[in-house]
Design a protein around this ligand. Structure first.
Ligand code: NAG
Ligand code: NAG
Ligand code: NAG
Ligand code: ZN
Length: 972
């Protein structure tokens, strides 16, 4: 027995001994580099779009290859089997949605071998979000969500070795500062991309500034991110595409007549020399791949193996090997080299002087709005799931589905509106299903959280055209349950589509709430696809902490007395009417609007103690070169000149000016008692045109205006200027001054400030001092990127409807705070749920949940969601713009207790890495004085919160600097 035991141990030791050093991942698994040579890092990769010319599933399965040859499942299949053949081979996997789908279909053995590849750093996840998101039209909340989703899947499937360290935004059409900041907050070491303005790129190639340190925040410290621009898009060197989709010659070796080794190696070295000239260090990164490459990976790897072998055989200056962006960046970091600075962003992107990619900031405006609805439902469903403790498999599945489709919607061909029509239809279908699932979760939660255990809690998705199936036959005995996703109690006006009847609205305590009935604009009623049974909106003001119900009852007219105010139709002005008064004044206690009776347009606004002549109008660009991507102005803006017909409805709560600009543009200007902003609800259609709205003031803005970056920090824009280069604006002076407006655009002088907030991403600019312009609508073009007059043939010509909000204010800190609050209310208003009244069970046991009102006013409840089975993810953000403001301090023990917490820990922004373990590369600036002797790193700037419920309340104190976000996992 002993004898056998010894042999057994001996064998075991041998087994351990044969693979001792391989089980390392991360930077330790990086290939060896040679200090005295130029190291060429070959990075095999495949760029797999989550929809573009084909749908997500068509791309995955390789369906409809006649449209585009692409099948992601085969790419992953063949890449994995090629990686297994040789430990030196590397591949980066970027889009987690495809990988997760593929993974599910694998046998346990196959999964086991993939785990080895991941644990040895041979298959490296890079980017790693659900999709490769756009950076112009996305809101930071949704970007953070989709990274959380992708990184969580990777972490749960593979553990720490799968955690991406590098952002890989190679195809996004321009780059935002907020995206860079998000990467830094997630602990990423750097990012790479492939698109920037052509003049910027030429400059940077000449000045060795293709790689830089991006200071990605004006307010937060340590938000520096190494950022690298690739040389030849994200493609292999010309002539060296070994993919199935390419025709380049393979490497022919051996004693063959066709042997081309020498010639190919020669060409390769020429290429390497060219690259070497434009980058600073003795490392060069060369992507080997392109869109949907590696479907037959053996071809790619077999030829790359030979290329590596023969170039290295020369023993000339170049050392070539398989690598990854992470290993490349690690090598740069070790060199202790210094790099130039970058502080603004990379918008707009122009690939040549005629092609500014600014059209997609607005393309498919209805899809961009639908995506916002998706986010609204997602945040609502997540919070409600936490409060109600939903835990059934179906509920989790439904919530995951909504999270996933929202991840897909952030993709650079989805939210951008640059996908083909059939793909757009598929996104709509998926998002609709996701929203229905989310609404189901919300209903299940509300049955636990309110006194309506059998309530229907129906959601109405067409309230923007005053349509709701639940109230179509009348709103008698209807309960509207409102959910407020914000941290603080909010007061907002609620509109419910009703028939022209009398109603009484009461709150939960039975108190009558003032309400009135307002006619819906006739242009909305005329929409063909609308159910026409209700033609009015019942309006009342609701005040909601988290959840509140309001009860609507029909009353006979005699009963109503003073309680119900019908809107009186005040004025119907025929333009050029020869009346003595030439203007109409509409006002609330806060706001006064003056309408010019002759033109029918707004001409003056007074609010917040400021008065300004502001004329609002619409205009049209006529272009022959625009596309879904590119806005090309063609002729100058054609401003509407025809006089506007208008009608004023003057209620006690709400005042509305209904305007008709022409056959396809109408608008409701709305002010409401107690609300400090003017609402412009526009309706455009049926028309296929590039339409903008303009707000003209006399504010002397001197060519300066400001736009938000993905809904968070503000970036100053100077007309005709860029940070690091002189833009080529000769052909496109307007389009070249367009910037993404995700939530806010403004201009100001010393005294006054004019701000526009929007309800979805749009393009915007200020071409004339004092004037703001937002593009509201675009036609649907064919997918030809570089302009094509042919428009898609749609079954019906499209309509779009939406809102722009105006705030006029004195220049002060308080005003920016009010704008931020307004922005949150616009993006995450109350979600309305409808039930029948008869079902109220006033004795129902109602589950309690925490109150967030104690949080300082500037603290936003950015995320509250179920994380793992026993964990909740919580993010809090301080949204003040005033960067000189003090940090806010508070104690989150009440939230922790209210959620039944046992333990809490702090993580990086994505929720998947303990903040205490965050360690990311710090790079050295040019001209920054003495250089360090060893590579440096950033770690957490504050002591990460970590506490158990048995500890003192003081352990739960939190401080948030302006613009800071902190992320916590609470274990129940
Ligand atoms: C980043 O830029 C802001 C101003 O834009 C500045 O206040 C801050 O000091 C910079 N941070 C670093 C690390 O350079
Ligand atoms: C809906 O009814 C209104 C008023 O009765 C009418 O003006 C409008 O044309 C109708 N809409 C449709 C699509 O028929
Ligand atoms: C870049 O920024 C750093 C940190 O703010 C500063 O020390 C350095 O001088 C800047 N370098 C250049 C070239 O502007
Ligand atoms: Zn792409």
């Amino acid at each position: 027995m002993k004898y056998f035991g010894c042999i057994f141990i001996f064998v075991l030791l041998l087994a351990i001994d044969t693979k001792p050093t391989e089980a390392v991942c991360g930077y330790e698994s990086c290939p060896e580099t040679k200090p005295n040579m130029v190291n060429i890092h070959l990075v095999p990769h495949s760029h797999d779009d989550a929809g573009w010319l084909k749908t997500v599933d068509q791309y995955y399965y390789g369906h409809k290859n006649r449209i585009q040859h692409a099948g992601v499942q085969y790419i992953i299949d063949t890449v994995v089997s090629e990686l297994i053949k040789d430990p030196k081979r590397r591949f980066i996997q970027v889009e987690t949605l495809f990988f997760a789908k593929w993974w599910q279909e694998q046998s346990e053995e196959a999964q086991q071998s993939v785990k080895i590849l991941v644990n040895e750093g041979r298959l490296q996840f890079t980017g790693g979000a659900w999709s490769m998101n756009d950076e112009a039209a996305v809101n930071y909340q949704s970007v953070i969500d989709q990274f959380t989703l992708g990184l969580k899947w990777l972490d749960e499937t593979f553990g720490a070795c799968a955690r991406p360290r590098i952002g890989w935004q190679i195809d996004a059409f321009g780059h935002s500062r907020e995206q860079a900041s998000i990467f830094a907050q997630m602990g990423y070491d750097g990012q790479f991309f492939a698109r920037m303005d052509h003049s910027d790129k030429i400059n940077r190639l000449d000045t060795l500034a293709m790689e830089m340190i991006w200071n990605a925040s004006e307010s937060l410290d340590q938000m520096e991110l190494f950022t690298g621009m690739l040389y030849n898009h994200y493609k292999n060197p010309p002539g060296f595409c070994f993919d199935l989709l390419c025709q380049d010659p393979p490497i022919i070796d051996g004693s063959r007549y066709d042997n081309n080794v020498e010639a190919r190696v020669h060409d390769y070295i020429i290429w390497a020399q060219e690259l070497e000239r434009h980058y600073r260090s003795n490392h060069i990164m060369v992507p080997m791949g392109d869109d949907f490459h590696y479907e037959y990976a053996q071809r790619n790897f077999k030829n790359m193996d030979k290329l590596i072998k023969y170039v290295n055989q020369l023993q000339f200056k170049y050392h070539v090997f398989y690598s990854t962006p992470g290993c490349y960046l690690n090598a740069l970091h070790q060199t202790l080299a210094t790099w130039p600075n970058k502080t603004q962003d990379f918008f707009p992107y122009a690939n040549d002087s005629n092609s500014f990619w600014t059209g997609y900031y607005t393309s498919r405006p209805t899809q961009k709005r639908f995506e916002r609805d998706g986010n609204h439902m997602l945040q609502t469903a997540k919070q409600l799931s936490v409060f109600a403790g939903l835990s059934s498999e179906q509920q989790k599945k439904d919530l995951d589905k909504l999270r996933q489709i929202m991840g897909v919607m952030q993709h650079h061909y989805a939210i951008t509106g640059t996908e083909k029509q059939a793909v757009s239809n598929d996104y709509d279908r998926l998002l609709y299903e996701g929203i229905i699932g989310g609404a189901g979760n919300a209903r299940d939660a509300l049955r636990v959280l309110t006194n309506l255990p059998e309530g229907e809690f129906e959601s109405c998705l067409q309230l923007n055209i005053s349509e709701c199936a639940f109230t179509k036959d009348g709103a008698d005995n209807v309960v509207v349950t409102l959910f407020n996703p914000l941290a603080h109690t909010s007061s907002q006006y609620v509109r419910v589509p009703v028939k022209e009847e009398s109603y009484q609205v009461t709150d939960e305590k039975g108190r009558v709430v003032a309400s009135e009935v307002v006619p819906v604009a006739w242009q909305v009623l005329a929409l063909g696809y609308r159910q026409n049974s209700t033609q009015h909106d019942l309006v009342f003001k609701a005040s909601v902490n988290k959840i509140a119900s309001y009860y609507i009852k029909k009353v006979v007219k005699a009963e109503r007395d003073n309680e119900i105010v019908w809107h009186k139709k005040l004025k119907e002005v025929e333009t050029h009417a020869e009346e003595d008064d030439s203007e109409t004044v509409v006002q609330t206690s806060q706001i006064k609007l003056v309408i010019d009776n002759n033109s029918g347009r707004l001409k003056k606004v007074e609010m917040n103690g400021v008065s300004e002549n502001i004329e609002q109008n619409f205009g049209e660009y006529v272009s022959k070169r625009s596309s879904q991507y590119i806005f090309s102005e063609g002729e100058p803006l054609n401003v509407l000149t025809a006089d506007v017909k208008f009608v004023v409805y003057d209620g006690d709560l709400v005042k509305e000016v209904h305007q008709q600009f022409n056959e396809w543009i109408s608008q409701v200007i709305r002010i409401s008692e107690g609300v400090n902003r003017v609402e412009f609800e526009w309706l455009i259609g049926p028309v296929n045109k590039e339409i903008v709205t303009i707000f003209d003031s006399e504010i002397s803005s001197n060519g300066v205006f400001y736009t938000d970056s993905n809904g968070r920090e503000i970036i100053k824009r100077v007309k005709d200027k860029r940070e690091d280069f002189t833009p080529d604006l000769e052909n496109e002076p307007t389009s070249g001054n367009y910037y993404p407006v995700t939530s806010r655009i403004y201009l100001q002088d010393n005294a006054k400030r004019m701000v526009l907030l929007n309800d979805r991403s749009q393009g915007g600019t200020s071409i004339v001092d004092g004037q703001l312009e937002l593009m509201l609508n675009r036609p649907i073009y064919t997918t030809n990127i570089f302009g094509n007059v042919a428009h898609f043939q749609l079954r019906s010509v499209p309509f779009a409807r939406g809102k722009v909000f105006l705030m006029l204010n004195a220049v002060s800190k308080e005003s920016t705070f009010a704008e931020r609050l307004a922005e949150k209310e616009i993006h995450l208003p109350f979600w309305k749920f409808f039930s029948s009244y008869s079902n109220v069970n006033r004795n129902a046991a109602v589950k309690s949940f925490p109150d967030f009102n104690f949080l300082p006013r500037s603290v936003h409840l950015l995320t509250l969601e179920p994380f793992t089975e026993h964990e909740i993810l919580l993010r809090l953000e301080n949204f003040v713009d005033d960067l000189a403001a003090e940090a806010v301090r508070f104690n989150i023990r009440p939230i922790f207790d209210g959620l039944g917490g046992v333990e809490i820990r702090e993580t990086t922004l994505d929720g998947n890495l303990p903040l205490s373990e965050m360690k990311r590369m710090k790079f050295q600036h040019d001209a920054a004085g003495s250089r360090p002797k060893t590579a440096e790193y950033f770690t957490a700037q504050h002591k990460p919160l970590s506490a158990h419920k048995s500890q003192e309340a003081s352990e739960f104190s939190v401080s948030l600097k302006p613009m800071q976000i902190r992320t916590f996992i609470i274990r129940k």
